[in-house]
Design a protein around this ligand. Structure first.
Ligand code: THU
Length: 133
């Protein structure tokens, strides 16, 4: 993806992290996805949302991905994930993002150290990810 678009995506992830609902883990995560519908590009964001029934927690990445898909944007160009300390996407989110492409750029950022980024791709994080084909 266009490197100039990374910083706004990272900033969007940091911003949405403020809305994380994580009273149980206290681990706040924000995610932003730059997506295309074939005509336009748009950024979609999500935060983790926990529940008293712990296993129902929804990760930030999957929340953002669902927002994009629901709006008709299924081509993912890049994903930014903000957490402190910096976190790589969990296994479930790796598979969830892999569904939409194997070379999607994923950037990890700790808002406390916004210049120390980590960079991965979907297939790099999930070799031989599952596809029904
Ligand atoms: N979490 C995410 O939002 N994304 C990840 O990739 C890892 C974990 C959330 C889930 C839970 O609300 C909290 O972080 C602690 O696991």
């Amino acid at each position: 993806m266009d490197e100039n678009l990374l910083r706004p995506l990272i900033d969007a992830a940091i911003q949405i992290r403020q809305h994380a609902y994580a009273p149980y883990s206290k681990f706040h995560v924000g995610a932003a996805i730059l997506a295309s519908d074939g005509t336009a590009q748009q950024t979609f964001t999500g935060c983790n949302v926990e529940n008293a029934s712990y296993g129902l927690a929804i990760c930030a990445e999957r929340a953002a991905a669902c927002a994009a898909v629901a709006a008709g944007f299924r081509t993912f160009l890049g994903v930014a994930v903000a957490a402190s300390p910096l976190a790589s996407p969990c296994g479930a989110c790796r598979q969830f993002l892999f569904e939409f492409g194997d070379d999607i750029v994923i950037i990890g950022v700790d808002p406390e150290q916004p210049d120390a980024l980590k960079r991965w791709t979907t297939a790099g994080l999930l070799p031989e990810g599952f596809r029904l084909e």
